[in-house]
Write a protein that binds this ligand. Structure first.
Ligand code: NAD
Length: 259
C-alpha cells in the first residue's frame, strides 16, 4: 500500500513535528520529498537522513506564506517530472496569540492566516497546474480539530483551520473530475514544538493534559498523523475526496473537549 517509489511529494513545514514525520514516512516509502521549511538547522538534520532512506529528502529553505516562494518550490519539485502529492502541513500558533478578538493584533491575525491558510491556497494554485498536466494528484491539508470545535482565545488559529477544511471541500469539488483528490486531516494534540510552546515546553504537563482531553488517554505522535496522510495519498483511498479525517484519540467523539 505504501509504495511511493518514483513519486514526488511536497511537504510544507516539513522539517519538524508532524511535517517531519510526514517527510520521513514518504521518503521511507520511496518518494522524492521536497521538504519546505524556514528552520535551516532542522532541514539540514532531516536532509541528512536522505542517504539512508529508499527515497530522497531535498530541503528547501523557504517561507511558504509568500507567493513567489511557493511558485519556485513547485517549479523545483516539478523538475523531477511530476508533483504527485502536496501536503499543506505548515501551521503556527504563537504563544502570544492566545487572545480574544477585541485584544487581537491585526498583524498577528494576518501572519497566522497567511502561514496557516493562504499558504495552502498558494501551494495549491501552483501545484494544481502540474497535477492537471499529469492527470492525477493528491492534496492533503493538515487542519485541526480546532477547525471543528475550538477553545477560548484562539480566533485566528481556529478560523485558519476552519478555512482549511472549507478549502479542502472546495478544491475537491473543483478538481475531482480531473483525478485530483483533496483531503484534510484534523490532528488532536500531537507532541511537537507547536503544542509544547503552549505549556512552556513542559513535556509532562502537555502529556497529562492531553491524556485527560483524549478518550484514548494519551497524546499523539507525529508518526500517527503521517501514517494516515500516507494512506490518504495512496490508491487505497481512491474513492475519498473532499473529506476530513479526525486523528485525535477520540477527542471529537466527546462532542466538546476544550472545557
Ligand atoms: N501539534 C498539535 O497538537 C497539532 C494539532 C492540530 C493541528 N496541528 C497542525 O499540524 C501542523 C504541523 O504542526 P506541528 O505541531 O508539527 O508544528 P511545529 O511547530 O512542530 O512544526 C511546524 C513546522 O513549520 C515550519 N514553519 C513555520 N512557519 C513556516 C513558514 N512560514 N514557511 C515554512 N515553514 C514554516 C516550522 O519551522 C516547523 O518546522 C500545523 O498546521 C498545525 O496547526 C498540530
Amino acid at each position: 500500500m505504501n509504495d511511493f517509489s518514483g513519486k514526488t511529494v511536497i511537504v510544507t513545514g516539513g522539517a519538524k513535528g508532524i511535517g517531519e514525520g510526514v517527510t520521513r514516512a514518504f521518503a521511507q516509502a520511496g518518494a522524492n520529498v521536497f521538504c519546505a521549511d524556514v528552520d535551516a538547522a532542522a532541514g539540514a538534520r532531516i536532509g541528512a537522513e536522505s542517504a539512508s532512506l529508499p527515497g530522497s529528502i531535498t530541503y528547501v529553505d523557504t517561507d511558504v506564506a509568500d507567493a513567489a516562494n511557493c511558485e519556485a518550490l513547485v517549479s523545483q519539485a516539478s523538475a523531477t517530472g511530476s508533483v504527485d502529492v502536496l501536503v499543506n502541513n505548515v501551521g503556527i500558533q504563537p504563544v502570544d496569540s492566545y487572545l480574544p478578538v477585541h485584544e487581537f493584533p491585526e498583524e498577528t491575525w494576518d501572519r497566522i492566516l497567511d502561514v496557516n491558510l493562504k499558504s495552502g491556497f498558494l501551494m495549491s494554485k501552483y501545484a494544481i497546474p502540474e497535477m492537471l498536466k499529469q492527470g492525477s494528484g493528491v492534496i492533503v491539508n493538515i487542519a485541526s480539530v480546532q477547525g471543528r470545535q475550538s477553545m477560548k482565545g484562539v480566533p485566528a488559529y481556529a478560523a485558519s483551520k476552519g478555512g482549511m477544511i472549507s478549502l479542502t471541500q472546495q478544491l475537491a469539488m473543483d478538481y475531482s473530475e480531473h483525478n485530483i483528490r483533496v483531503l484534510a486531516v484534523n490532528p488532536g494534540t500531537i507532541e511537537t514544538h507547536l503544542a509544547l510552546e503552549s505549556v512552556n515546553h513542559d513535556v509532562e504537563a502537555l502529556r497529562s493534559a492531553a491524556a485527560a482531553d483524549h478518550p484514548i488517554g494519551r497524546i499523539g505522535q507525529p508518526e500517527e498523523i503521517a501514517a494516515v496522510v500516507l494512506f490518504l495519498s495512496s490508491d487505497e483511498a481512491s474513492f475519498m475526496t473532499g473529506e476530513y479525517v479526525n486523528v485525535d484519540g477520540g477527542m471529537m467523539a466527546k462532542g466538546s473537549w476544550a472545557e
